[in-house]
Design a protein around this ligand. Sequence first.
Ligand code: ATP
Length: 304
Amino acid sequence: MGHVAILGVFVADTAFRAGRMPRMGETILGDSFALGPGGKGSNQAVAAGRAGAEVHFVGRIGRDTFGDMAMAVWRDAGVTPAVARVEEATGAAFIFLDAASGDNAIIVSPGAAGGISVADVEARADVIGGAAVFVTQLEQPMAPAMRALEIAREGGAATILNPAPAADLSDEMLALCDYVTPNETEAEALTGIAVTDLDGAWAAGNALLARGVAKAAILTLGAQGVLYHSADRSEHVAAFDAGPVVETTGAGDAFNGGFACALAEGRDPVEAARFACALAAISVTRPGAAASMPTRAEVDALLA
Ligand code: ATP
């Protein structure tokens, strides 16, 4: 079993729950505050690490308290950091939670991770090119993500792009991806096709293959599971019921980490998607993103 390399962002999530947003210039009392690890790439690394993969995380964090938090989270999940520690502050997200509606509004400042460069990625070419599976997302700048996909491809790694947050991408970038894993919104941003049901997912999957995705588009459909769509195989993998849903934040990250782990173990990609759905289903029964990622034993028990 080879290793999984993940390029991405770590930020500290700071979540404030209050009855309403303060007006500009105003101070209000909130109901609660929570501080925890976030960033899609880091959450995916934690998911894959807890699922048993050998994971190397490539990124950029500060020499500060939030950077130390990242190192501790990775250590606990068995993730090996391949990160630059720099003078800039580690990024953070301000998450406002409306106590009445449950809606949220978020400001993310990527901080140190916003400066991830092509040079940073090239400095870790051994980790990226030597991986069995390489994963990235769109929270860091596009140029280093593209360069990392090239290095991974040249090294023979299977490449996975989780195209989040939603953005349109060049055909050139999509052609460097063996697998893309958009949710409904991201699939629409990439294809212009509204994904509201399995037919829409099938059409968007086809469009992604036509734009150059090498092996398969895997559309994540929330409680509907995923559609795995390749040129010769289109399969709906249903979501698992692992108990009452508590919080779906990070479900996409759980899926991507699980898929990378199972693929690195040499599983058939549809089986890997099934493993990833089981992992994600457990994660939504718990609060938090990184904190909700299950252990391997828990995933195996749900699949048994
Ligand atoms: P988020 O942005 O909240 O992290 P996402 O929109 O990227 O999530 P989703 O498509 O919502 O990703 O979820 C990813 C996967 O997680 C789904 O394909 C499914 O396997 C699993 N999942 C999500 N919601 C549920 C649910 N309610 N019950 C079971 N599994 C779920």
